[in-house]
Design a binder for this molecule. Structure first.
Ligand SMILES: Cc1cc2nc3c(=O)[nH]c(=O)nc-3n(C[C@H](O)[C@H](O)[C@H](O)COP(=O)(O)OP(=O)(O)OC[C@H]3O[C@@H](n4cnc5c(N)ncnc54)[C@H](O)[C@@H]3O)c2cc1C
Length: 438
């Protein structure tokens, strides 16, 4: 025994697992402990709102492959409840303590619960974990008479798509004119509206749900802000996620509901603003100044970031003498209504969108977003072949539109992206300026 407690990772999911692998790959040979509040070994979340809901994959078949032997000690089914940086120890839910030499925080996020009346009624679901997906899958298999999905983001649209594949009537309610309006704009969001129409999903644009009401303890309907009522016996709340940072409240770090703030090398910042060289963070929970966006602080809740940032944060823990900035081009994929959507960059705030490949009417195309003459993001609908080339141009901050001589390119259409007005306040203005520098 060396007496060295070793490296502890809190959060045993994608970023936690990939971080553990990166530590071993980076030559770390000491004790390694993974703490997770779920009772399961790391599993993959993207299939939960796709194949698991559709009944194509049992929830227990989502385990993430372990890419190298970890020789780790697993403390599963135990939440970390407090961090004591002075004593370098984590307290767990059962009252025990886990000391650490170095710590990687990868506690991700949880689904934002229904904030209004009726949250605890039977038949109201969120989708974040394996158990959520299993419970919802069971309800869909019964099946319900009607499903109301609240929130037309990626997970809401994927859930609506699965419901229709199962033949269940669905209403999708969102305050915006199209799904994904803030992420991709209403022009591209219009493609999803078309998919919804063809799949017979009732899309209720401009709709805000006020309260859920029940009968005999089970959800029976949703009252809308405009006085309307949607009768339903199953509700999927898809309102985004809240970062899991409460356990850090007394830890002296810059942590709040928006994430744990890090420096560019993914080392947690103390309240005084200095990086703690012994604490790294990665994945959905980590907020860091991304050099690719002029140092704008961001959290990125996508799979690819969890993998890359975990490796980066692990390196920063192993090489405190050589911290390197984590430069990341956000990217995500989604599959819904039989279409594969892939996106790179941040489109929010774009002032133009160019259809550079394919055919929008056929819902098979690649669009590039521009702001102030620069290319800032791209999205493809079943047309991802050239996306990596556009991603490179976006990362370089190439002129908009980039690549005008591709072999299979027709006439390039330049259109208005149709973003809803930015939320007011200086933060939004600042965001726009930074994105212009991508
Ligand atoms: C339904 C769904 C579908 C998705 N689909 C896509 C997709 O198609 N494409 C894409 O790019 N991304 C997708 N994502 C996003 C992607 O899965 C996440 O970005 C990724 O899981 C983040 O990994 P993470 O390890 O940072 O966080 P998480 O996966 O959230 O893991 C954090 C872990 O820490 C645990 N934890 C939290 N607090 C504590 C604590 N105090 N103590 C101990 N453990 C704790 C949590 O229970 C969890 O197990 C999807 C996410 C969901 C939920």
């Amino acid at each position: 025994m060396t007496g060295d407690p070793g490296i502890v990772i809190v959060g045993a999911s994608l970023a936690g697992l990939r971080g553990a692998e990166a530590l071993r790959e980076g030559g770390y040979d000491g004790p390694l402990t993974l703490v997770g509040d779920e009772p399961y070994r790391p599993y993959d979340r993207p299939p939960l709102s796709k194949h698991v809901l559709a009944g194509e994959l049992p929830p227990e078949a989502t385990a993430l492959p372990q890419q190298r032997p970890l020789r780790a000690h697993w403390r599963l089914g135990q939440p970390a409840t407090a961090l004591d940086r002075t004593r370098k120890a984590i307290r767990l839910g059962d009252g025990s303590e886990v000391p650490y030499t170095k710590l990687l925080i990868a506690t991700g996020a949880r689904a934002r619960p229904w904030p209004g009346e009726g949250a605890h009624l039977a038949g109201v679901f969120t989708i974040r974990g394996r158990d959520d997906a299993a419970a919802l899958r069971l309800a869909l298999a019964r099946p319900p008479k009607h499903v109301l999905v609240i929130g037309a983001g990626l997970i809401g649209c994927e859930a609506a798509s699965c419901c229709r594949d199962l033949g269940v009537p669905v209403t999708l309610a969102d305050p915006n004119p199209t799904p994904l309006a803030r992420v991709l704009g209403t022009l591209v969001g219009g493609t999803i509206v078309e998919c919804l129409r063809r799949a017979d999903v009732a899309y209720r644009a401009g709709t805000k749900v006020r309260a859920l009401m029940g009968e005999g303890g089970h959800v029976a309907g949703a009252h809308l802000h405009d006085g309307g009522l949607i009768e339903t016996d199953c509700v999927i709340v898809a309102l985004g996620a809240v970062r899991d940072t409460e356990w850090l409240a007394q830890g002296g770090l810059r942590a709040d509901a928006g994430g744990l703030t890090c420096d560019a090398a993914c080392r947690a910042l103390t309240r005084a603003g200095d990086p703690d060289p012994d604490i790294g963070a990665a994945g959905d929970v980590a907020r860091w100044p991304n050099p690719l966006y002029g140092g704008r602080e961001m959290t990125v809740e996508h799979w690819g970031n969890a993998v890359e940032q975990a490796a980066h944060a692990a390196r920063s823990l192993l090489r405190p003498d050589d911290p390197r900035p984590y430069r990341h081009l956000p990217a995500f994929w989604s599959s819904q209504f039989g279409i594969n959507i892939k996106a790179v960059g941040l489109a929010e705030g774009a002032d133009a969108v160019a259809i550079v490949q394919g055919d929008r009417a056929a819902q098979r195309y690649l669009a590039v977003y521009g702001r102030s003459g620069r290319s800032i993001a791209a999205v493809s609908f079943d047309q991802a072949r050239w996306l990596p080339s556009y991603a490179d141009r976006i990362a370089e901050g190439a002129a908009f539109p980039p690549i005008l001589d591709a072999t299979d390119q027709g006439r390039v259409e330049i259109l208005a992206p149709g973003f809803p007005p930015a939320r007011p306040g200086p933060a939004a203005d600042e965001r726009m300026r930074e994105m212009a520098h991508v």
